[in-house]
Design a protein around this ligand. Structure first.
Ligand SMILES: CC(C)(COP(=O)(O)OP(=O)(O)OC[C@H]1O[C@@H](n2cnc3c(N)ncnc32)[C@H](O)[C@@H]1OP(=O)(O)O)[C@@H](O)C(=O)NCCC(=O)NCCS
Length: 412
């Protein structure tokens, strides 16, 4: 038998010339249709080459990892938290440890770039929990028959709802301004820069989405929604048979929220309206006569990986001043593993290395849930993922609390 030549394995960024071969990996593993793959090739503002890391075996890409380099509001403060995407290994190269090696390198790269944490949508939580990711936010959806979701109180509104012209720069600017104002105080929300908007407007037109804004009596736009409606012919019975998909809704005040809800309910031919990525703080269930008619369902949304503990803890503002020592366990990013002293006046924080017994003992996965306050310290402790004395756990609850629940209404 001829001896097989040893394989050369490199872990590095893809070059411009390698981008088509690189992008072919996620298209294959996520089973993109040929149309989707073609559309992707014409997408405006593609990811820069330096945001794609791969495993190359004898010069050919086998495993991919990329990220969208955006600013995410962490309890209101903009922070460089990239959105990781395109994670995949061709089936014939799986279970050889390529992703693990790539993940370890990616942690170093994010640290060198000064990025405190990363976020992603997981195809399976099992893949990422072993790499130190923890749950960072919840996915909430509604699935309603608009006929049965009346408000508890009568609502009158002297503003107007109008469909915008998506090719008009002025109309686009109205929507972009609402989003920015909405996102600014929030938690785990990526800010949409010009490149992101260019992509989103392209995507909305490609998918035939409509965008409606609610304007108050003074003509100020306070909310927008993005949705599609199609004939569904599900029942074969006469009567309402359209299916509506609502994929974005951003409200600056309660009246605008109610006005757009009323507007959606006025679509008499809609049998089912499905809302994805609903804000956890959405007050709608408190406004309805029959809250259960929302058919609210939950699942996991963002998975968060703390890359660099001092940077991550110093990045966000806190609800209370105080100090804590944390013993954090991390086997993939050894620079995180150890005891840390954390001190904050609420606005500014300082994290330094420490020694001895810590107030709280937790994995880097649990720290991710605490950082975004997907879970309070008390809830993390009840799940057996954190230990510490009762006073320290209560102190962590008070310090880490945020005004808004974490929410990332962005596909990537
Ligand atoms: C997930 C995927 C990228 C793993 O690639 P890989 O190169 O085979 O991974 P590795 O061999 O480095 O395995 C890494 C670790 O993850 C585990 N793992 C791999 N795939 C897994 C899966 N599907 N479910 C649970 N664990 C998995 C391995 O057991 C291994 O654990 P260990 O290092 O603690 O022993 C690959 O299976 C894939 O492309 N899947 C389809 C696409 C996908 O789901 N991507 C994630 C999108 S968010």
């Amino acid at each position: 038998m001829p001896e097989r030549r040893p394989r050369e394995i490199e872990i590095r960024a893809a070059t411009e010339a390698e981008l088509p071969a690189f992008d072919a990996v996620p298209h294959y593993v996520f089973a993109s249709s040929p149309e989707e793959a073609r559309a992707y090739a014409t997408m405006p503002s593609p990811l820069p080459a330096e945001c794609r890391l791969g495993v190359f075996v004898d010069g050919k890409v086998t495993t991919t990892y990329a990220w969208v380099p955006w600013q995410v509001r962490l309890n209101g403060r903009p922070t460089s938290i990239p959105g990781v995407t395109m994670v995949g290994t061709y089936p014939q190269f799986r279970r050889r440890g390529y992703l693990r090696r790539l993940m370890a390198r990616a942690m170093e790269v994010h640290r060198e770039r000064g990025e405190p944490a990363v976020i992603l949508w997981a195809s399976m939580g099992a893949i990422y929990q072993r790499f130190g990711y923890g749950r960072g936010s919840e996915y909430i959806s509604y699935n309603v028959d608009p006929r049965f979701v009346a408000s508890r109180e009568e609502f009158t509104w002297d503003g107007e709802v109008r469909l915008i012209d998506q090719s008009s720069p002025d109309d686009r600017a109205v929507v972009e301004r609402i989003h920015e104002e909405w996102a600014t105080p929030r938690n785990l929300v990526p800010m949409r820069d010009a490149a992101r908007w260019e992509y989103l407007w392209w995507e909305a037109q490609r998918k035939g989405h409509r965008v409606a804004v609610a304007e108050d009596a003074a003509g100020r736009a306070r909310r927008f929604i993005e949705y599609t409606a199609k004939e569904h012919h599900q029942t074969g019975e006469p009567g309402p048979d359209q299916q509506m998909e609502v994929c974005g809704f951003f409200a600056l005040d309660l009246d605008a929220r109610r006005a757009l809800w009323q507007y959606l309910r006025a679509h008499d031919l809609v049998l089912r309206a499905r809302f994805g990525q609903v804000e956890p703080d959405d007050p709608l269930q408190d406004l309805l006569l029959e809250p259960r008619e929302l058919r609210r369902a939950t699942g996991d949304a963002m998975w968060v990986r703390v890359v660099d503990i001092p940077r991550a803890l110093e990045a966000r503002p806190y609800s209370d001043a105080g100090a804590l020592t944390l013993r954090v366990h991390d086997d993939l990013a050894p620079w995180n593993d150890g005891v840390w002293r954390f001190e904050t006046d609420g606005e500014q924080s300082r994290v330094t290395t420490a020694a001895g017994t810590a107030d709280l003992d937790l994995s880097v996965n649990a720290l991710a849930s605490l950082l975004t306050v997907f879970r309070s310290a008390t809830r993390i402790e009840r799940a057996g993922m954190l230990s510490g004395d009762a006073a320290a756990v209560r102190r962590a609850d008070a310090i880490f609390a945020t005004a808004y629940a974490p929410h990332t209404p962005e596909g990537f």
